[in-house]
Ligand binder design. Structure first.
Ligand SMILES: Nc1ncnc2c1ncn2[C@@H]1O[C@H](COP(=O)(O)OP(=O)(O)OP(=O)(O)O)[C@@H](O)[C@H]1O
Length: 427
């Protein structure tokens, strides 16, 4: 049996052209000038016990609305939510906390609302206080807390007892990385013990780490319900597409820059599987891994020299193209990323049919394992690594195997090759 079942769920808000129309509605009178706006509609999915589901989507897509309806904070306008278990939820920051009460008082109140007895709460209080690690602030009014402190207390109380379903909305992205790791470890432990997780986050790394399945919400609909990696790839591609569209429309509006017709991008951006490509801009992209004698290789021994060579054939003229690459581990976490713009290098203008190749050479100090290489091509960099036009992006262009010999034993993602000094004094 599903632990959570969502059937044809929807939420709409009404806006009224005048206050009179709103009041007329209270008395059940129908009136003209009422605008019904659906922010979420036709949502259907089932979650099995023990599943970990991520929810991604752009700002305003409807993710928080969905969670609020599942947790009963919002009344659905249509459809139904069936929950077969005890829910613990960490929704918007500070939601449910009384700012004039202390952390301790809020914890007692929140745990009471979650259905725990006085005895259970008082037994758990020392552990909740210890996990939050906010010192004397635990007995100060919540209005004096930083946002990070509020999350610490909210997470500690919500997870003081293992729930059947844990719902987390963005809470992990607030606060310091030390506490984030603590939270992720607690969630992992719950997952091992059978808790079902529903996690909304803009931090795709957290979703990749914790979830097998994910939902992509776009403009109030679920447009993809699949394995977490596929959903994240489509989400990232759509974000790049949105960035392109925004940049183009702001150019058209301002019309202050004289972008030549050759560079003007039409609505020809294609997203398929792992790859996002502007068809009219890029003919072909290739990547090769080379050793120090420029021989192609498919694996490298950790610490040995590696050259990553990327070649791009352009289909039309661009005045400021850039080429970059990224390395991800098997969970999709970004290990490293750079591009010619971020390295303050210019390729110069390219013409139709130009084939450009760039090489990044370095000693590859990655730990043993398979690493996938991301390739990106863009035009006109600005700010701290943004681009006006994203022309090409492949999330998983090629995989490189890194082997570790037994000469030097270390653990982790990356060998920092520390210099070791030993002093022994005997006085
Ligand atoms: N009380 C409300 N009245 C009218 N519209 C609302 C109300 N609350 C939310 N909305 C609208 O519903 C849509 C979905 O909002 P929601 O907060 O669920 O998005 P989200 O995906 O969680 O966004 P974000 O990632 O920015 O938190 C938005 O367009 C928002 O403006």
């Amino acid at each position: 049996m599903s632990i959570l079942s969502i059937k044809n769920l929807g939420k709409s808000y009404r806006s009224y052209s005048s206050e009179w129309k709103r009041i007329a509605r209270w008395f059940g009178l129908t009136a003209q000038g009422v605008d019904e706006h659906w922010v979420l509609r036709h949502i259907n999915f089932d979650i099995q016990p023990g599943e970990a589901i991520g929810v991604v989507g752009q700002n305003g897509a409807g993710k928080s609305t969905l969670l609020k309806m599942i947790t009963g904070v919002l009344e659905p306008s249509e459809g139904e939510v069936q929950v077969n278990g005890r829910i613990a939820a960490i929704l918007e920051l500070g939601m449910g906390f009384n700012p004039d009460l202390t952390g301790r008082q809020n914890v007692i109140h929140s745990a009471g609302l979650m259905g725990y007895s006085h005895e259970q709460i008082f037994r758990a209080l020392p552990e909740i206080e210890k996990f939050a690690e906010i010192g004397d602030y635990f007995d100060a009014p919540v209005r004096t807390y930083s946002s990070g402190m509020q999350v610490r207390v909210a997470f500690s109380v919500a997870t003081a007892f293992r729930p059947d379903i844990l719902i987390v909305d963005e809470a992990l992205s607030v606060g310091d990385s030390y506490f984030q790791v603590k939270c992720i470890n607690r969630i992992k432990k719950f997952l091992e013990e059978g808790t079902t997780l529903f996690l909304v986050s803009h931090d795709v790394g957290a979703i990749k780490t914790l979830c097998q399945r994910a939902l992509l919400v776009d403009a109030g609909r679920i447009i993809l319900d699949a394995d977490a990696l596929s959903v994240i790839k489509l989400h990232q591609s759509l974000m790049l597409k949105k960035e392109n569209d925004t940049n183009q429309s702001s150019r058209i509006k301002k019309n202050t820059r004289n972008i030549s017709q050759a560079e003007k991008l039409t609505d020809d951006l294609q997203v398929s599987g792992d790859v996002l490509v502007v068809k009219e801009a890029i003919e072909a992209v290739d990547i090769r891994f080379l050793d120090e004698s420029n021989r192609p290789i498919s694996y490298v021994v950790s610490g040995q020299p590696l050259t990553v060579e990327i070649s791009v054939k352009f289909k039309k003229q661009f005045h400021d193209p850039h080429i970059g690459f990224g390395i991800r581990d098997k969970n999709g976490l970004v290990i490293y990323e750079t591009n010619t713009y971020c390295m303050n290098k210019e390729l110069g203008a390219v013409q139709k049919n130009d084939r450009v190749s760039v090489s990044y050479s370095f000693d590859c100090h990655l730990g043993a394992g398979d690493f996938s290489f991301v390739v990106g091509v863009a035009n006109e960099g600005y700010g701290k690594g943004s681009f006006r036009d994203n022309l090409y992006y492949d999330h998983e262009f090629k995989v490189l195997k890194v082997l570790q010999t037994g000469d030097d034993i270390w653990a982790g993602f990356f060998n920092l090759c520390p210099k070791l000094k030993i002093n022994i004094a005997n006085s």
